[in-house]
Design a protein around this ligand. Structure first.
Ligand code: GCU
Length: 570
């Protein structure tokens, strides 16, 4: 179960660490990893590897961005952080939490091997209560961003494989019995909002001492044990006594959960999400999703975004008059969903089950479920999260994939049935139109189709022939777009010009706008991003389908999409 710590008092270990690349994996017997005291060599300068004398690096960061000589490095990196612990006296237990390490992390504290975690974009934590020392401590992390055939994702992606400790590291002191995580599910029915509140305790039996308060609504309740450390209750609120959360009114309410000596608080939104008769409904109102896709990348920082980077991408989303965004192709920093809650932007979130992941491998399936569980349990209280996406452009003619992915869709619903399940699928051309022939869609609440008419094939207006799903499952165009190098101009039939890209957007928008079968779109992509497989003279290591370039300079197509969304929103 995810360790909720967002509003807890934590001790940050961000800041200056030492990092030593170990491409030939020769430092496996890393002296400090396996024993606290570094054996003193006869002459220290004979050592080829001294944990305290690596490349000084800021954490969080991406190695190749922080230490340019390792811009294209993939492999082991030994990170070391010495710190003095004089943690809160009243903390009975302490956890060590990582926001994300790409791709696999193995962690030692004071020579004790705490464990390892695979998956480059989701949080993980180890209990360190028994390993923390009063005074000096040494934390060692071996981060390995080598791409792998049995990974999620596998070796082939259309994004750059930034490595390192990319999100924050902190110590989380907690009481002996504490609330590990909580969950709020809200549904609208008969003029009232039903709010189911669950909490998971960790530690000796909490008895019947778990309670919830919604101070602004003057409501509180006791949660009852339902076994396995889970507690639950249901509150009903009169709809006219609350402000429902929506893009036009992103009202958040304070929630406080208490259990004995422990208390956590957060901000939640009350809203109802469902699909009906081919439409996506929020609080019973039909939604047309004015979105855009984006990677998690900032020039010079890789994926280690800071608050200003998050703020900048929401400025662009608001300039476009978006009410929706697709956070592709992996879990982004938790600040994105928290900011989307405040800004009123609905989200599509996903794990990197991308292209040719080996779905038949049992370990891959376990890793796939692990990453989904870590994402869902981190963000399942965010009102902005509308869709959990389970895959992107996976082979709909592969029998194993067609067996496994419907099971995964059910796995996600068991984790959280208060949101919708989707996937980005291919659209197929048949004699008299464009359809989705992917059997997976029967397991989805909303179908995403990635179509590149006007760029990879056909003419941009061909999407007009899209016939929707026979059973009326709502469809959104999860990718559509064209490449352009910012500042490169020419006639609109000349590829890679801003004019060509704008013409594709113009014709696609005209066709999509008139197609009743389509409930929204997230064009590919908000800004240019690094991709090693994009190397023609216009690309030079970047995918250039951005509406802005990697430096935030707008291309002509940005203004076309902005105009369409503003008209749509009138
Ligand atoms: C694919 C894929 C994206 C990729 C894009 C492109 O559909 O989902 O990750 O970047 O198309 O070709 O640019």
């Amino acid at each position: 179960m995810h360790l909720f710590d967002y509003t807890r008092e934590t001790v940050s270990l961000d800041g200056e660490w030492e990092a030593i690349p170990d491409q030939y994996e020769v430092f496996e017997e890393h002296p400090i990893a396996n024993s606290f005291a570094l054996p003193q060599a006869p002459e220290d300068d004979l050592l080829n590897f001294d944990v305290d004398d690596g490349y000084s690096i800021q954490v969080p960061s991406c190695l190749g961005e922080a230490v340019p000589e390792f811009r294209h490095y993939e492999g082991w990196v030994w990170y070391t952080r010495r710190f003095t612990w004089s943690g809160p006296r009243d903390a009975d237990r302490t956890f060590l939490r990582f926001g994300a390490v790409n791709y696999e992390a193995t962690v030692w504290l004071n020579g004790e091997r705490l464990g390892s975690h695979e998956g480059g974009y989701t949080p993980f934590a180890f209990e360190v209560t028994d390993y923390l020392e009063e005074g000096d401590n040494v934390l060692v992390v071996r981060a390995d961003n080598e791409r792998r055939e049995d990974g999620v994702p596998d070796e082939q992606t259309d994004w750059f494989n930034f490595g390192g400790i990319q999100r924050s590291v902190e110590l989380v002191p907690v009481p002996e019995t504490f609330i590990r995580n909580y969950k709020v599910e809200t549904t609208l029915a008969d003029g009232q909002v039903d709010v189911r509140v669950s909490a998971w305790t960790d530690g000796p039996d909490a008895g019947d001492s778990v309670s919830v308060r919604l101070p602004e609504l003057d409501r509180e309740a006791e949660l009852s044990s339902v076994g396995d450390g889970r507690y639950s209750t249901e509150l009903s609120l009169q709809t006219d006594a609350v402000t429902l959360w929506s893009p036009t009114s992103p009202r958040l309410y304070r929630i406080v959960l208490e259990c004995g000596a422990d208390a956590i608080e957060d901000r939640i939104g009350l809203r109802d999400v469902r699909v009906r008769d081919g439409e996506v409904l929020l609080n019973g109102e039909r939604l047309w999703l004015r979105g855009v896709s984006l990677h998690e990348e900032a020039a010079g920082k890789g994926r280690a975004l800071d608050a200003t980077d998050v703020e900048t991408r929401f400025q662009w989303l608001n300039e476009l008059d978006c009410n929706f965004a697709r956070l592709a192709h992996y879990p982004h920093t938790r600040e994105m969903a928290r900011t989307a809650d405040e800004e009123g932007i609905l989200l599509w979130e996903e794990v990197p089950a991308y292209w040719d992941v080996d779905f038949g491998d049992d370990d891959v399936q376990e890793l796939y479920r692990q990453q989904l569980r870590e994402l869902v349990q981190r963000d399942w209280n965010r009102p902005s999260v509308l869709l959990w996406s389970i895959a992107n452009e996976t082979d709909h003619e592969d029998a194993t994939r067609n067996r496994v992915l419907p099971e995964i869709a059910e796995f996600v619903r068991k984790l959280d049935d208060s949101r919708l399940v989707t996937a980005a699928c291919f659209a197929d051309e048949i004699d008299d139109g464009v359809v989705v022939q992917d059997s997976l869609v029967d397991s989805l609440d909303v179908i995403g189709i990635n179509e590149y008419y006007g760029w990879y094939h056909g003419d941009a207006a061909d999407i007009a022939a899209f016939r929707g799903h026979p059973d009326g499952i709502p469809v959104i165009v999860s990718e559509v777009g064209a490449g352009a190098k910012w500042g490169h101009h020419g006639p609109e039939d000349q590829r890679w010009t801003e004019e060509f890209q704008a013409a594709v957007y113009r014709d696609q928008i005209d066709a999509i706008e008139d197609n009743e079968q389509i409930s929204g779109m997230t064009p590919w992509v908000l800004f240019d991003f690094r991709s090693p497989s994009r190397q023609n003279p216009y690309q030079r290591g970047y995918n250039r389908k951005g509406l802005l370039d990697q430096r935030g300079r707008k291309k002509k197509a940005f203004y076309l999409l902005e105009e369409f969304y503003r008209d749509e929103n009138e």
